[in-house]
Each structure stands twice: as structure tokens, then as C-alpha cells.
Design a protein around this ligand. Structure first.
Ligand code: PLP
Length: 294
């Protein structure tokens, strides 16, 4: 969390920027939406390292005021707009910009490879295991947001490498379960090739995907997620934004209520950051302000 409000991308960036520095790159290129935490933290890491950062924003102009974008600009990133393109076109355009920059003599690095980024969470699983051991905890359950699969695949592989008895509870905040599973499997297969690791068991055998917190979809708060953010703020002074973290904490509560996580088994929930979003538009209000269908 030491970098510009922090978040899970810091551990990904450790490996992305490691690769960029190893290749002697002088320009970081990153594409994303104005609300992107990954973009904000890339701009932050670039500022710390004294590297130039070129941000390619995609999406409607109405999102220009998002707090993550303000922070990205404040940290000195150069901004270019791609217009309102979808994820596939955004990636294509980003590769084109990288090729154009290389053609004029720059040494650009495109930030975001999911497999390289996931290595940060392989190590996180190992660190968590050591910390749990030092605290005398027999950790059994890990709760994470289910999203692009990078954090999830990294931790699942890290646990498999150490043969840990961890059950993973992925609280989907973005995709249908089958889609999320394919994303995780794809990253895991590449991670196994990269690390030359052959799992002894099906690594998804101990993974459960929970769909009960998604509500009306990605980035749409639910009554339960709003309640979770108020509850954890009041009990633990924890700040939970609505897109990823509040839904994940709400998922923890419902896993405990259903008995998926028994009260006498140690569990760890990973707070993945995203904090500036609580200052962004469209998130003010109380649990009562969310419509029953929200
Ligand atoms: C705050 C926050 N939590 C969770 C995630 C999801 O992480 P992953 O893409 O590794 O699934 C993101 C990704 O953007 C994020 O910004």
C-alpha cells in the first residue's frame, strides 16, 4: 500500500516494471478506463522510478473527472485519448502506439501482461503462508474478488506450489462463473509453463466462484455491498470501495452466514485497494439509497 493509495496492482507492477527495467525501457505505456486503478498505480510507479508514462484512456468523456484519472494526471503521466472503444480495440490500439513509439526511437514497455503480473501474487501467497505460520494461524480459506483472474491465478498457483490446504472463495464482481474460470485456467496454464511447475492436483479443485454479490453488474453497488462498507468502516475503520472490495467483503459475510466458511476455521480476505474510487462520482449515499434491484 505505500504507493499513491495502493492496491493489488502494486504487486503486479513489481514484476511488470522489473521486466521493463531489465529490457532497459524508457517509456511505460498503459491503456485503460478513467476509473482504472492499474493506470493510476502505473503512473505512480513511473513517477517513483523517474520513467515517462503514456496513458491511453478509453471510454466516454463523462468519466474524465474520476479520482483515479485526476491522480494519474497529477503524477505526471502523458495522456492520450483512444475514444469510446471496447477492450479488444483498446488492446490493438495500444500495440500500435507501442510500435509507433519504437519506430521513433523510444524503448516502450506495454504494461499489463496477465501472466507476468500474476507472479506478484504467487509470491504474495508464499508471504501470506509465512505470516500465518508466524502468527500461529492454520489458514484454511482465502477470499478474493473474482475479476480478470490475475490476482486469483497467482495466489492459486502459489498455494499449489506449497501444497497448502487453502480453499479459495472468489466473489465475482465482473464476469459469469464460466467466463471467470476460463480466464483463470488460461493464466494458470501459462504460469505453469513460465515457472516449469507441474501441479499434483487440479488447481481449481479447491476454488469456488460465488455469484451472489454481482447484482446488476460490474461497478454497480448493491445494498449488501453498501451495508458491508458501512459495517467494516464502523467496526474496523476499513475503507471499502464499491466495485471490487465492498462486494468481496459482503461475499465474506455471506460465505460465513451459509457455513461455507465455518466459524472455527481461519480465513484471510485480501483487500485489493481501489480506495480513490470512494471519492468519485456515483458512489455517495447510504445502503438505503440503493434500489432493491441494485
Ligand atoms: C481494486 C481492485 N481490486 C480487484 C481487482 C481485480 O484484480 P484482478 O484483475 O487481478 O482480478 C482490480 C483490478 O482492476 C482492482 O483495481
Amino acid at each position: 500500500m505505500p504507493l499513491a493509495f495502493g492496491g493489488n496492482k502494486v504487486r503486479n507492477l513489481e514484476f511488470w516494471l522489473g521486466q521493463a527495467l531489465e529490457r532497459d525501457c524508457d517509456l511505460l505505456v498503459i491503456a485503460g478506463a478513467a476509473a482504472s486503478n492499474q493506470v493510476r498505480l502505473t503512473a505512480a510507479a513511473a513517477a517513483r522510478l523517474g520513467l515517462e508514462c503514456l496513458v491511453l484512456y478509453a471510454g466516454p468523456d463523462s468519466s474524465l473527472t474520476h479520482s483515479n484519472r485526476l491522480l494519474t494526471e497529477m503524477m505526471g503521466a502523458r495522456i492520450q485519448s483512444l475514444g469510446n472503444v471496447d477492450e479488444a480495440d483498446r488492446e490493438k490500439l495500444a500495440r500500435q502506439v507501442v510500435a509507433d513509439q519504437a519506430a521513433v526511437g523510444r524503448r516502450p514497455y506495454l504494461v499489463g501482461d496477465p501472466v507476468v503480473g500474476a507472479l506478484g501474487y504467487v509470491r504474495a501467497a508464499q508471504e501470506l503462508h509465512e505470516q500465518a505460520g508466524a502468527a500461529g494461524l492454520d489458514l484454511r480459506h482465502i477470499i478474493l474478488p473474482g475479476s480478470m483472474g490475475i490476482t486469483e491465478a497467482g495466489m492459486i498457483l502459489g498455494a499449489a506450489m506449497l501444497d497448502l490446504p487453502w480453499a479459495f472463495h472468489l466473489i465475482s464482481v465482473e464476469y459469469e462463473a464460466a467466463d471467470l474460470e476460463v480466464r483463470i485456467k488460461t493464466i494458470l496454464a501459462s504460469l505453469c509453463r513460465l515457472t516449469e511447475f507441474s501441479p499434483m492436483h487440479d488447481m481449481l479443485g479447491r476454488v469456488r466462484i460465488h455469484m451472489d454479490q454481482l447484482g446488476a453488474g460490474y461497478g454497480r453497488p448493491t445494498k449488501a455491498s453498501m451495508q458491508a462498507s458501512y459495517l467494516f468502516a464502523q467496526l474496523e475503520a476499513l475503507v471499502l470501495e464499491q466495485t471490487y472490495v465492498a462486494k468481496t467483503f459482503s461475499g465474506l459475510l455471506s460465505c460465513v452466514a451459509r457455513g461455507d466458511i465455518p466459524g472455527d476455521e481461519a480465513a484471510c480476505i485480501v483487500h485489493t485497494g481501489g480506495t480513490p474510487a470512494i471519492f468519485g462520482p456515483g458512489v455517495a449515499g447510504s445502503p438505503e439509497s440503493v434500489s432493491p434491484t441494485g
